[in-house]
Design a protein around this ligand. Sequence first.
Ligand code: ASP
Length: 541
Amino acid sequence: MQLYTKILIGMGVGVFLGVAVGPNSHLLPASGVVLSPQATVRTAPQEDAPIQLLATNLERAQLVDSEIAENTPWSEIRFRLSPTDRLRLIQAGVQGVTDLPPDADISGWVQLDAPTVKRYAPIGQYLINATEWVGRLFLALIKMVVIPLVFFSLTVGIASLGDFRRLGRMGGRTLLLFTTTTILALSIGMGLGNLIGPGRFISEDDRDALLASYQGEASSTVNNAATSTSFVDQLVGIVPANPLASLAEGNMLQIIFFALMFGIALTLLPNERSRAVVQLMDDANEAMVMLVHIAMKLAPVGVAALLFKVVGSTGLSVLYALMIYAMVVLLGLAIHLSLVYGSVVRFGAQLPFLSFLGAMRPALLVAFGTASSSATLPVTKECVEDNINVSNEVSSFVLPLGATVNMDGTALYQGVAAMFIAQIYSIPLSFSDQLTIVTSATLASVGAAGVPGAGMVTLAMVLTAVGVPTEGIALVLGVDRLLDMFRTATNVVGDSAATVLIARLEGNSLQVLQPEEDRANKHKGFEGRLDHKPQSVQRTE
Ligand code: ASP
């Protein structure tokens, strides 16, 4: 069975388990409640009973089933304070916390039908907690490769390019392509936002429920939004004061800059001096590629665990409420994918678009499962190089840059989200406001890191630019992770489409690897790459 088929099966299993035995499952007893920080917990089942201070800001509590009375909306909850909650409450000066034994059960009363209170199945949550490490392990394994891979392959790529004019030309074309596709993505998103007006389909009840449930999470998202630095500072910031620190911190733009300069410096040395360094880095790069293939062995189960968590944690009620909005984002992504990338690949790179997508399958599935284009980078690189025959010079330059700054899916989504939130708040957006969204979302997508949920954090910037309240983020948070998976896959297709076009312009002879060739050749593609006997490395004495 081919690797991508195994990953697809893993995805199916993850989705199925998420629906069947996740915390929102209808098959399991929903004997737990999740409280949002604004939930009111009272000392007795009455509207006028005192509010129990201890219980506010709790996340999860156990519902005492026997106490659910048929004809009252009140239920008793029982919970324990986590050590951090304890400390927080003591620091906040809440009375009585210090007297409580650490493992004491505390009880209070909540109204089950309040939007701040949601029921869940504790068994489902337990299953997610028990399996979640598998997804994290897979993610960590591929992320482990990203930084050394980018550094080694880009340095080698630039050193073998050996021609600064070619580098300048490639850089210019890449940035032009990135900017054009991002603006096109935003135009599609904004066009659909105007045409369909997803905000008009939200009822007032749904709006209040969404605001109440996601307010806490939204405010921490807004707090995380990067403080904006000036353009000049950002530009100067690309030059690392200490390249080893950039490598250690994973600052991608600084790493790219250093690798570029290092590669250029190597080309200026006499060949007999630079050859050994380049050869060493080239071999180290090949070892990183092998690590990608090792990590990919875990992809089917890793992706299953990741999807189990996402699907299991997304409540159906949120999905219903935000259905039209989600459909508009997905429709926009589909249009962008087929029209814009379809043309870039078909007419620019002269490759059949479907074969191109087929060749990119492993990367698309990993992007979808992990919602991180940075983590997917090693797989994307392997796909364009091995499955489409793009040279390392081109892929090692265009892809890391793309994974860091080119996020068309994110930009499109931010355009739709900003319009959606404005429509719900009935804030009219003039043409110039919409232009402001285009510019700020272009910058916000450049600023967003290729990690899950990054687009949501920089959305705060876009909302501020047009004067829409940033609390509105609470309205779209509930389906963010689901949409993130689709926009990340789009981002990865965008980077790869740009890569194949630049590769074509640079004279690479592109060719899609057929499944039979992949199976037959143990040194190319994704099949059978680890079917070699390990050899101990012989050193010269
Ligand atoms: N998760 C996206 C990516 O990695 C960024 C975002 O839109 O949140 O490409």
